[in-house]
Design a protein around this ligand. Structure first.
Ligand SMILES: [Zn+2]
Length: 420
């Protein structure tokens, strides 16, 4: 029996509702220390991997091959960005998993850590072993480099995936792609669907959704906050049809096409009892405020929305939405990596105002297993601290805190996604 709430939380198995475990990264056998930094949120401190509307990029810096590790390449993360929360999380996890008791990466130990990382990743049992050590029992991955991936066939029986709908919402022309370079037309063709007309395309989406369960795809993922604003207006079919077949539709036509596809996807998801995961906050920050999706949520009362990242920095607005709308659940993923102190503040409030205990779940949101390990370790610690503070303040009893913790880490996600 656990002696304290933090100990109790440390032992609960985790149902991880969001990772970016991609086959070309996660199953790669040649991984060095520098690559762990570049292919992580620590990497975002030096290179934001998505372009703003005023920018363009040749390739995704996170998916580029990493050169050999040098101290000169590591120092910008460790010295210039060393106080950043993403860097702190990754350094702690790397030292714990690959070190010999040291707490920091320094000019005198980086070479031995680099050798340990390369040796560990050469072993096929490294990643599954570290997930077990982190207490992660099931993973839902968002494989955005191949939205149609069958994660169970690729990674094993404890994996499912979500299907990103970004490419479909940007699919007014065969050559139009989302920010990850995916074409909606090409994805439909892989399912045997030739979309010659607007109506073919919409019918194709329906056929695609009918096949998801067979490929262990358990939800839709709307990450359009990285492609456009999230103000998904009521469908304007006439305007959406004007975008069809054009390589350069007007901004209003492009938006109407995306709005139409997103609305359609929400309807189709409800009919199939598939949840819709949605990125909110940061990203293209001028358009990612959570209240922008309030209209979409109200138009689709039967669709179950899993809203992500505490919509940082607008967590209070998001919590108020989860208080009002009974078809909204919250995926705490990433919020505790972004800011542990804000996470604790927001979790205190979430516990107090959410209408029932089913609403909270969490994930790691990472590319490599070291960052997932660190994220889960940190999430357990912060949740344990918040629950302990609430128990100490007399807000609730230890048994209430234990019941809620088991729901947050495992039971809610298992029920929500229908995976026992
Ligand atoms: Zn993510």
């Amino acid at each position: 029996m656990a002696s304290s709430l933090p100990d109790f939380v440390a032992d609960i198995p985790i149902f991880d509702v969001h990772e970016h475990h991609l086959p070309e990264v996660f199953l790669q056998r040649e991984v060095n220390l520098l690559q762990l930094f570049r292919q992580s949120y620590a990497g975002w401190t030096l290179a934001r991997p998505y372009p703003l509307p005023s920018e363009s990029r040749a390739s995704d810096p996170m998916l580029d091959a990493a050169p050999a590790t040098t101290w000169e390449a590591l120092a910008p993360y460790l010295e210039s960005s060393g106080s950043n929360s993403f860097v702190r999380n990754l350094v702690t996890a790397i030292c714990e998993l690959h070190g010999a008791g040291e707490a920091q990466i320094t000019p005198s130990n980086w070479e031995s850590l680099d050798a340990a990382v390369r040796a560990a990743h050469a072993r096929p049992d490294w990643c599954p072993g570290i997930l077990r050590r982190a207490g992660v029992e099931h993973v839902i991955t968002d494989p955005y480099s191949d939205p149609l991936l069958d994660a169970r066939a690729t990674f094993g029986p404890n994996y499912s995936s979500v299907v990103r709908i970004n490419a479909f919402a940007c699919g007014w022309h065969p050559s139009s792609c989302d920010h990850n370079g995916n074409s909606g037309h090409a994805l439909l063709q892989r399912c045997g669907i030739q979309a010659g007309t607007f109506d073919d395309y919409m019918q194709g989406l329906e056929t695609l959704m009918d096949g998801l369960t067979a490929h262990h795809q358990v939800a839709l993922k709307n990450a359009l906050a990285y492609d456009r604003d999230v103000q998904f207006d009521p469908p304007d079919e006439a305007l959406a049809r004007r975008a069809w077949g054009q390589s350069a539709p007007t901004p209003a036509e492009r938006k109407a096409f995306g709005d139409f596809v997103v609305d359609r996807c929400c309807t189709l998801a409800a009919q199939r009892n598939l949840p819709v995961q949605m990125h909110l906050g940061t990203a293209l920050i001028r358009g990612s405020h959570p209240l922008h999706v309030a209209g979409l949520i109200e138009r689709h009362p039967r669709t179950r929305f899993l809203l992500m990242h505490l919509a940082y920095p607008w967590s209070r607005d998001l919590l108020a939405m989860a208080f009002v709308y009974r078809n909204v659940w919250l995926d705490l993923t990433w919020s505790f990596l972004l800011s542990p102190s804000h996470f604790k503040l927001a979790l205190h409030e979430a516990i107090e105002i959410l209408p029932d205990e089913s609403r909270l779940m969490l994930g790691g949101d990472n590319w490599h297993v070291e960052e997932t390990y660190g994220a889960m370790h940190r999430a357990r610690r912060l949740i344990g601290e918040v629950l302990e503070e609430k128990r100490r303040d007399g807000y609730f009893h230890a048994s209430d805190a234990e019941r809620l913790a088991a729901k947050m880490l495992h039971e809610n996600a298992s029920h929500f996604f229908g995976i026992p």
